[in-house]
Design a protein around this ligand. Structure first.
Ligand code: PLP
Length: 624
C-alpha cells in the first residue's frame, strides 16, 4: 500500500486485499463490502467486453454527495448557522447522461441541484431534474432561447436562477421576462480581488474574463431599481477556479464575497442565496498539502471554514444567514470512475555488458566514450554525463558522414546506455545531485505499452501535466522489480505518462511487475471521473472506451448495472464525416479491380471484404 500510496489518495474507498489485489469499497468501514477490481474485470471479460474499460461506481457518487451535504449540515449545526445548504452539480464536469441522472437521483434527499453553463446543458438539466426544491443555476452566456427556456422553467415551479455575467445580459433578461410575464430569479457573478494558486484558477481574480466588477454591480443594481425589479435579485455568485489547494485562498474569497452580499442586502435586494462556485479540491497525490495536485484541507474543514466566514461577516452587520450554494463538481464525481487497461508489450531497458578493452582500430570518439564509461565515480557524474552526451552526438555525426559503420554506431549506443545506467545508480546514492540528472531514471526506464489513449481518457495528464494515481490492480504481494514509463497506443510522442504521484515529490518512473509468460497484466488509473471524459478527444481515432457501471451492496455482492459499448471504428469515422456505407462500396470496387488485374481471386475478395467490414465494426482499441 505504501509503494503506491493507496491509503493516502484512496479516500477510504480503495485498498489492497490480502491476496494483493486492489479493492474498492464505497462503505469505507464495512470491510465485508469490499470488491476486488480483478473480480470485476473477469466478470467483464466473461461478458466479452474488451479493455480499456471505464468503471463507474454508482455508490461512490452517492457517497460523495452525502459527504458534501452532511459536512455542511454538521458545520451549520455545530456553529448554529440559521441558513441552509443547497449544493448544485455543474454538468460540465461530467456531462454523461448516466452521471447527471445519478446525481439527481442520489442528490434528491438533499435537494442537490444542477448548474448549467450553456443552452444544451439547460436542456439536459430540465429533462432530468425532478426536485423543485433544488436549485438550477444558469451561468454562461445566455441568448433569448436560453432565457425563455429558463423563464418557462420558473413558471413550472423550478428554482431557476439566471446569473448575470456581463452587463449586456441584464436588458435581455428583463425584456424577455416582461414579454413572457414571468418574474426571473436573478443572480450576479462578481469578480473578486482574491486570487488563488493552482492549475485552474484563471477564472478568479480581477482579470478573470467572467463576472462583473464592483462598479458594474452597482450599475446592475441601479438598473433593477429603475425598472422596479430589485426584488428579483436573490443570489450572489463567484467562482475562484477549480482545484484550489490552499484553504486560506478559499477563506479570503468567502469573506470578500460575503461583504458584497451584505452590501446588496443594504441596497434593498431580497437576496437569500450565496453561491460560492466550485474549487473544492481533490487530493490526487494523497499528500494533503497545498501542492497543485492536492489540498491542505478536508471536506469537513472546507465546510466549517465557509460557514464560519459567512457567519462572522454577516452577524457583524446584522444580515440574515443565506442559503449557501456550492457548485462542487470535481469532488462530487472524481472518485466515481476508474480507467482499466491491459499492458500489451514491454520494451525493456537492457543492461548491456561491455568488453574490458576495445579493438585497436575502434574510431577515436568511441574509444573516448568508452573511457568516460570506465571513469565514473560518485563525484564526477555530472562531468561524465556531459561527456557521454557529447561523444554520443559526435558519433552520430560521424555516422551521418560515413565515418562510423552501423555496427560501430550500435556498439557505441550500448556504451552510452551502460554509462547512463551507471550514472543513475551513482545518483541514487547521493543526497544532493546535479539538476541535469533530475529525470535520468525515466531515460533508462522500461516502456510499458498499454491499451488506452491518454488523449481520450486522461486528457489533463497530457494537456496540463495533471497527476492521477496509477497502479497495478493485482500481484501486489510481489515486489515490482521494473521501473517504467507508460506509453499509450496512439503512436504520438506525447501519448505517454512519465510523471507519477509521490508523497513528497513527483516520480518520473512507476514501479511495475515483469510480465509473466503471456499472463494479462492490468493497470488502473484512479480518480478520473471529473473533467476527463468530456475533454477527451479522438486523437488517432481512438474513440470512447467501453463503460461499465457497478453497484456494490453492503454484503459484498455487486451488480454490473449498465454496460455502454465504446465507439466502433465506424462510429469514430462517422464523427469525422466518413460514411461507412460509401466506404464499403468504394473498397469493394478496389477489390473488384484487383480481381480484374488477376491479383486476387473471387473467394479472396470474400475474405478481404469480411476483414474490412469486421474492421469497421471493431472496437478502436487493441482487441484480443
Ligand atoms: N462553477 C463554475 C462556474 C465553473 O466554471 C466550474 C469549473 O471550473 C465549477 C463550478 C466546478 O468547479 P469544481 O470542479 O472545482 O468544483
Amino acid at each position: 500500500e505504501e509503494l503506491y500510496g493507496v491509503k493516502n489518495w484512496g479516500n477510504g474507498y480503495f485498498s489492497i486485499s490480502n491476496n494483493g489485489e486492489v479493492l474498492v469499497n464505497p462503505y469505507k468501514d464495512n470491510e465485508q463490502a469490499a470488491i476486488s477490481l480483478m473480480d470485476i474485470i473477469s466478470g467483464i471479460r466473461e461478458r466479452g467486453l474488451d479493455m480499456p474499460v471505464l468503471l463507474r461506481f454508482e455508490n461512490l457518487l452517492d457517497s460523495q454527495i452525502s459527504l458534501l451535504n452532511e459536512s455542511f449540515r454538521d458545520a451549520m449545526n455545530k456553529l448554529n448557522y440559521k441558513g441552509d445548504y443547497r449544493g448544485v452539480y455543474p454538468i460540465k464536469v461530467n456531462q454523461q447522461q448516466q452521471v447527471v441522472e445519478e446525481v439527481t437521483k442520489f442528490g434528491q434527499r438533499y435537494h442537490h441541484g444542477l448548474e448549467v453553463g450553456s443552452k444544451a446543458e439547460l436542456v439536459a438539466a430540465l429533462s432530468l431534474m425532478k426536485d423543485k426544491e433544488a436549485c438550477l443555476i444558469c451561468n454562461g452566456y445566455k441568448d433569448e432561447e436560453f432565457i425563455d427556456l429558463g423563464l418557462y422553467s420558473v413558471k413550472m415551479g423550478f428554482k431557476c436562477f439566471f446569473v448575470i455575467e456581463t452587463l449586456s445580459e441584464v436588458d435581455i433578461v428583463l425584456e424577455r421576462s416582461r414579454k413572457l410575464g414571468v418574474k426571473p430569479n436573478i443572480g450576479l457573478r462578481i469578480k473578486l480581488s482574491a486570487k488563488a494558486g493552482g492549475h485552474w484558477t484563471e477564472s478568479g481574480g480581477d482579470r478573470s474574463i467572467f463576472g462583473l466588477n464592483m462598479s458594474q454591480v452597482i450599475t446592475v443594481v441601479d438598473t433593477l431599481k429603475k425598472e422596479n425589479m430589485l426584488d428579483c435579485l436573490k443570489l450572489l455568485h463567484y467562482h475562484l477556479g477549480s482545484q484550489i489547494p490552499n484553504i486560506r485562498d478559499i477563506r479570503s474569497a468567502v469573506l470578500e464575497a460575503t461583504r458584497v452580499y451584505a452590501e446588496l442586502v443594504k441596497e434593498g435586494a431580497p437576496m437569500g442565496y450565496l453561491d460560492l462556485g466550485g474549487g473544492l479540491a481533490v487530493d490526487y497525490d494523497g499528500s494533503n498539502t497545498n501542492y497543485i495536485n492536492s489540498r491542505n484541507y478536508t471536506v469537513e474543514e472546507y465546510c466549517t471554514d465557509i460557514v464560519e466566514a459567512v457567519m462572522t461577516t454577516l452577524d457583524s452587520s446584522g444580515v440574515e444567514h443565506p442559503i449557501i450554494v456550492t457548485e462542487s463538481g470535481r469532488t462530487t464525481v472524481a472518485y466515481y470512475s476508474v480507467l482499466l487497461f491491459n499492458v500489451l508489450d514491454v520494451e525493456r531497458f537492457e543492461e548491456h555488458n561491455l568488453p574490458d578493452s576495445l579493438d585497436e582500430n575502434t574510431p577515436e570518439q568511441i574509444k573516448n566514450l568508452f573511457d568516460v564509461n570506465k571513469s565514473i565515480t560518485q563525484k564526477n557524474i555530472q562531468e561524465c554525463y556531459n561527456d557521454a552526451l557529447y561523444y554520443r552526438d559526435e558519433i552520430r555525426d560521424m555516422f551521418k558522414h560515413g565515418k562510423v559503420s552501423l555496427r560501430e554506431r550500435a556498439f557505441s549506443e550500448k556504451i552510452f546506455w551502460n554509462t547512463i545506467n551507471q550514472i543513475a545508480k551513482e545518483k541514487q546514492k547521493l543526497k544532493n545531485f546535479p539538476p541535469d540528472l533530475e529525470d535520468i531514471e525515466s531515460a533508462i526506464a522500461d516502456i510499458y505499452y498499454c491499451n488506452f489513449s491518454v488523449f481520450q481518457s486522461i486528457p489533463d495528464s497530457w494537456a496540463i501535466d495533471q497527476l492521477f494515481p496509477i497502479m497495478p490492480l493485482h500481484r501486489l504481494l510481489e515486489l515490482p522489480k521494473r521501473n517504467a514509463v507508460i506509453a499509450d497506443i496512439t503512436c504520438d510522442c506525447d501519448g505517454k505518462i512519465d510523471h507519477f504521484i509521490d508523497l513528497h515529490d513527483v516520480r518520473t518512473t512507476l514501479p511495475l511487475h515483469e510480465l509473466k509468460n503471456g499472463d494479462d497484466y492490468y493497470l488502473g488509473v484512479f480518480i478520473v471521473g471529473a473533467y476527463q471524459e468530456t475533454l477527451g478527444d479522438l486523437h488517432n481515432l481512438f474513440g470512447d472506451t467501453n463503460v461499465v457501471s457497478v453497484r456494490i451492496h453492503p454484503d459484498g455482492s455487486y451488480d454490473l448495472v449498465k454496460e455502454i459499448h465504446g465507439d466502433s471504428v465506424a462510429d469514430v469515422l462517422t464523427y469525422v464525416e466518413y460514411d461507412p456505407k460509401d466506404m464499403i462500396v468504394s473498397f469493394r470496387e478496389k477489390a473488384e479491380n484487383a480481381i480484374r488485374e488477376g491479383l486476387i481471386s473471387a473467394s479472396d475478395r470474400k475474405v478481404i471484404m469480411k476483414a474490412y467490414e469486421n474492421g469497421l465494426r471493431g472496437y478502436t482499441y487493441y482487441e484480443r
